[in-house]
Design a protein around this ligand. Sequence first.
Ligand SMILES: C[S@@+](CC[C@H](N)C(=O)[O-])C[C@H]1O[C@@H](n2cnc3c(N)ncnc32)[C@H](O)[C@@H]1O
Length: 277
Amino acid sequence: MKKLTPRQRIIVMVVPLGILAVGIIGHALFGTVALVIPPVLACVFLAYLVIEARHYAQLLFARQLHESRATYRQWELLYGMSEFLRPVHPLPPTRGWAASPDLLREIMTHVLENAPDCVVEASSGTSTVIIGYCLQRLGKGKVYALEHDPVYAARTRRALELHGLTAFAEVIDAPLVEHAVGGARHEWYDLKGLQTKDAIGLLVVDGPPETVQSQARYPAVPLLRDRLAPGAVVLLDDGGRADERATAARWANECPGSEVKYLDLEAGAWWLRMPFR
Ligand SMILES: C[S@@+](CC[C@H](N)C(=O)[O-])C[C@H]1O[C@@H](n2cnc3c(N)ncnc32)[C@H](O)[C@@H]1O
């Protein structure tokens, strides 16, 4: 149960006291006839409370309806993905820190339709497992997930082993190190471990966490641009956040001929296609 707001607390305490005061003063000034005023004011106040409560209940209902529809949609997408990929072990959690099912579905569709030989992820987790399954289904390609946190690197590696995906997916230990990007210093993944010679067909950017610095994900494109295949796609998660909006705008601006669009997903995402040159 939500606590009363300071405004509501003041109304609930002050109004009855005000009605009482009006009654006492009215009685002193006009005698017994003024005793009719407090019950009338109390009725008006009660009517106001009923209207406020109804309004609040309607808002609550609308919000819950919206949330249950959104949850159903995510659940439906997750179920469809799981049915299609037939994982040999339960999939790791989605949403929260992990990508939401709608973004995972977007990634899955892209990988299956475009069959990239090389996928790079900035971060690792459930998305790495899903991409691994897609590449396994295609029988070719590999996803390299850059992970700065050894705990999550070990967790994702374990998940890849449990799902039998180590031939199609690899977690690369990539501590955050300083890079010079666009005239500024940025903490981003150490790229020494990313030894693949294949051009990157898909780059999924879901890290590092926003707490690292402002526009923490911006370095992805400037640092990997030379390694992107012509027509490569970059997917940036959490596109609804101001930092990611600014990042996508900078990328589009710095990559003439690229195409950019916003994907209206649970957390929002940006889709950027590099020019075919
Ligand atoms: C947004 S998460 C990446 C999620 C990944 N794309 C997925 O679908 O699971 C970005 C980074 O946060 C870290 N992380 C993942 N889960 C976390 C958690 N529950 N709490 C704190 N950090 C977490 C990991 O280092 C991860 O690379």
